[in-house]
Design a protein around this ligand. Structure first.
Ligand SMILES: NC(=O)c1ccc[n+]([C@@H]2O[C@H](COP(=O)([O-])OP(=O)(O)OC[C@H]3O[C@@H](n4cnc5c(N)ncnc54)[C@H](O)[C@@H]3O)[C@@H](O)[C@H]2O)c1
Ligand SMILES: [Zn+2]
Ligand SMILES: [Zn+2]
Length: 385
């Protein structure tokens, strides 16, 4: 099969690799029709993880089941399914608690809880930026989509259930967003925009989204959020001005450890510290942007050890609360699917490009450089678009 393979920093290529296949009775084999490039893939693409060259990328996957193992009861050949980016067993202690991002079985590394498709340190699973994908514990991991998901147009919405729509929702859950709240969101990438959509669906009174890319800020504005351009002045001041000087009720961090100033200089603690400043005393923060225990490619000695200069004193002084981590996609994907099916959520508003698999290297390059107009890239390995 053809697949997008990680070659090394700033380099991916489309290669012939051995076909994905059923390896255990509980597996399903999925022919991928839509798969996305994610901001999380860029941490690997930038050489800022220990991703091994030769591995297949892709954790935002949707396609048709073409084969199931003998132990699969619920999922049927012909079903159109969306796969949470987490690979989870469904029966361990953490999966039972709903912590599917921290499954105790799926990752063979004893010191790591949690697994994902095509991701550094997240187990041996190949990604779905490929013609075929092996889905372990298929009955647990497959979200069977409604009939309209056969339509490629509708897949543009449903594919966001693999990661970024649930992850944006998770940011607002961790931040305890309630109807009427004001919410400050750092990052207008796909995840920040999904957090803005989620806050809006939850009835937030005022949603403010910080970034410096006009195309991304325009998308925030398009769904009724207030765009805040941090290249034009302090985002903290702008948010305080919009919230009577107090700061927002809630905050979401949707950037991660590669946060940088508008000139491009990286400071891993920048968005966390801005968020603490932007949210009021007693406020709550949801941090879904990725931070890593080590960052050997990081720009300074502290960062290489995964240590973030965080203004803990101010955070403590303000009595804020913070929730963090990978999204447990299974907790939200069915309900969010129902919102899409009912026409009440259209996460596809961020899609800018739909490419064939062979065009993936160009997609990676442009999305990584945040070239104007490249806000979310979908790949169609079956050649349609
Ligand atoms: N927790 C999870 O389960 C989960 C899931 C998916 C993605 N993520 C992470 O979420 C983060 C965002 O993902 P994405 O796909 O939106 O990525 P992205 O890289 O496309 O978007 C990040 C955005 O942040 C902006 N930004 C950079 N520095 C900033 C700053 N100081 N202030 C404000 N904005 C700033 C960039 O301009 C960019 O638009 C990444 O770290 C990704 O790995 C986490
Ligand atoms: Zn993703
Ligand atoms: Zn588990």
């Amino acid at each position: 099969m053809k697949a997008v393979v990680y070659d090394g920093p700033k380099s991916v290529s489309v290669k012939e690799v051995p076909d994905a296949r059923i390896e255990r009775p509980t597996d399903a084999l999925v022919r991928i029709t839509t798969t996305n490039i994610c901001g999380s893939d860029l941490h690997m693409y930038d050489g800022r993880t220990d991703m091994q060259p030769g591995r297949v990328l892709g954790h935002e996957n949707l396609g048709e089941v073409i084969e199931v193992g003998d132990g699969v009861d619920l999922v049927k050949v012909g079903d159109i399914v969306c796969l949470p980016f987490n690979v989870a067993c469904g029966f361990c202690e953490n999966c039972n608690k709903g912590l599917t991002a921290f499954c105790l079985v799926a990752n063979p590394a004893p010191e790591i809880a949690g697994a994902a498709y095509g991701y550094a340190d997240m187990g041996p699973y190949n990604g779905g930026q490929a013609e075929l994908l092996r889905v372990p514990w298929a009955d647990f991991n497959c979200l069977v989509l409604p009939p309209d998901a056969r339509d490629l147009q509708r897949q543009r919405d449903y594919v966001m259930l693999a990661d970024i729509f649930p992850t944006g929702w998770h940011a607002t859950q961790l931040a305890c967003v309630q109807p009427g709240d004001s919410v400050a969101i750092y990052g207008a990438g796909p995840v920040g925009l999904m957090a803005a959509l989620s806050a809006t669906i939850k009835g937030a009174g005022k949603v403010m989204v910080v970034d410096r890319h006009p195309d991304r800020l325009r998308l925030a504005e398009q769904i009724g959020a207030i765009p805040i351009d941090d290249s034009k002045g302090s985002p903290v001041d702008q948010i305080k001005q919009l919230t009577g000087g107090m700061g927002a009720d809630r905050g979401c961090e949707c950037v991660g450890y590669q946060a940088h100033d508008p000139q491009g200089q990286e400071h891993s603690g920048l968005t966390l510290n801005n968020l603490v400043q932007s949210v009021k005393f007693g406020g709550t923060l949801g941090v879904v942007g990725v931070f890593t225990p080590q960052d050997p490619g990081g720009p300074d000695p502290l960062q290489k050890q995964g240590k973030v200069p965080f203004d803990y004193g101010m955070f403590w002084f303000k009595g804020q609360t913070m929730g963090t981590g990978q999204c447990n996609v299974k907790n939200y994907n069915r309900q969010l699917m129902n919102l899409i099916a009912a026409g009440k959520a259209k996460p596809s508003f961020i899609v800018s490009h739909e490419l064939q698999l062979d065009e993936a290297p160009q997609g990676y390059e442009n999305f990584d450089r945040r070239v104007e107009g490249w806000t979310k890239v979908l790949l169609h390995p079956d050649g349609r678009r």
